[in-house]
Design a protein around this ligand. Sequence first.
Ligand code: SAH
Length: 245
Amino acid sequence: MPFAATVLTLYPEMFPGPLGISLAGRGLREGLWSMEAVQIRDFATDKHRSVDDTPAGGGAGMVMRVDVLAAALDSVAPGRPILAMTPRGKPLSQDRVRALAEGPGVVVICGRFEGMDERLFEAREIEQVSIGDYILSGGEMAALTMLDACIRLIPGVMGAPSSGMDESFETGLLEYPQYTRPVEWEGRTIPEVLRSGDHAKIEAWRRSRAETDTRLRRPDLWERHEGARVQPPSGARRRKQDDKK
Ligand code: SAH
């Protein structure tokens, strides 16, 4: 079964949106993945079809109702991870994206207003996901971003699967910088080594730039990368194994 995305939203017309063009769009038309958008408002029960109400305890804005959200969610067939887009969630990572892309697909809940009634997350098994430390006006763009990251990893969607492994984050490092023709532009030339044809030298240059750039731009990534590289001394490793016995 191809990767199936179901999105619960107050704005189903936003989907597939940008995922309907370019390689993702072609993959969608070819059936490499599928998508459906469910209108949350269809599950409202009062005569005004209301999906939100004022926050308990007071404060600005409105909160999405748990009964309406749960009814919408329960209308979807089980068997796929359920994700709710929220800045209170765990930051999305390439590792999580890869695992999701290898699975059956996702059910994604998009918030609006001040967010969703917390009881939804207590009553259903839902992974809360953030796409970064900033606030969007709704979960739709966050869902599109997350889905785009997954869909490009689905076999057949991208032309050359080999480009995947060098990419930023796949190795725990940022990718090395890229260049293409013209060789000279506004007096700036492409680094000599990249034009040398010496693959070992090119590899070494790329590795070194990936490391320097990660260290300078993303000390957080660099620290994790270095931490993962440091192996305990063999004596300590043996003792650990002994402990397990
Ligand atoms: N009051 C909330 C923000 C609500 S923003 C708070 O401060 O946490 C409205 C909706 O946009 C959210 O329910 C969520 O679905 C979406 N959203 C906003 N920023 C997001 C982010 N960084 N990651 C994922 N979803 C986000």
